[in-house]
Design a protein around this ligand. Sequence first.
Ligand SMILES: *Cc1c(COP(=O)(O)O)cnc(C)c1O
Length: 227
Amino acid sequence: MSLAERLADAQQRISAAAASANREPGAIQLIVVTKNHPTQLVFDLLDLGVRDFGENRDQEASPKAVEVRSVTKIEHRWHFIGQLQSNKVKSVISYASSIHSLDRQSLLDALGKATTEREQPLDVFIQLNLTDDPGRGGIQPVDLLPFAESVLAHPGLRLVGVMGVASLDNELERDFSAIQKASESIRTVAPDAQLISAGMSEDFETAIAYGATHLRIGSAITGKRQY
Ligand SMILES: *Cc1c(COP(=O)(O)O)cnc(C)c1O
C-alpha cells in the first residue's frame, strides 16, 4: 500500500470505529506520528491533508519543525508525545502546540516557568501511569486530582485532558477504561479538560470505543520506521 492508501485506510477504520461507538468521527483528531522518518514524509502528509503531527524527541523534532515551517505556508501543528527532559522545554515549546506527556512535577515546574509570558497558553495533557509500578513514567490515578490542580495554577498552561499508553500485557479494555475513568475524574476539578489522547497503530479502534479524542498513529500510516 502507498502512503495515501494507508492514510485512507486508517481514516476509514477511524470512521467505522466511531460509528460503532455512536460517536461523531469529527470529534476524533488524528495525529500522525512521524518520528524516525525524514522530513519529506511530513511534506507528503501535508499534501494528503494531514495537519497534525506527533514527535517524541526534541533532537529530531526541532530541526524538522523548523524546516517544515520555512518551506510551507500551510497551517499545521506539532504534538510532543514523548518523555520530555526539563532542559528541552524551551526548545519544544517554540514549535509544539501541545504536550501530551506531562508526567511529573519537575516537568510541570519547568513548563510553568517557561510559559509565564505566553500570550496563548500551551495545551497540556497529563500522562497517566497505568501500571502499579511508580517507577514507570506518568501520574498514578490516585495522584491525578492534586496534580491537575497544580497544573491549573499555571496561567501559561491550559490543561486539556489526559493521555495514556496501553501497557504491553494486552489488557486493552482494562487500560482504556482506566484512562476513561481518569478523564471523568479530572473533569470534577477541571471541567474544560475533556480530551483523551489514547490509541496507537495497534489499538486505536479500542481506544475510540473508550472515548479517545486524539489518536497518535505512526507505523500503520507511515510504514516501518526508518531509523
Ligand atoms: C511512537 C509512538 C506512537 C505511535 O506508535 P505506532 O505504534 O507507530 O502507531 C504513539 N504514542 C507514543 C507516545 C509514541 O511514542
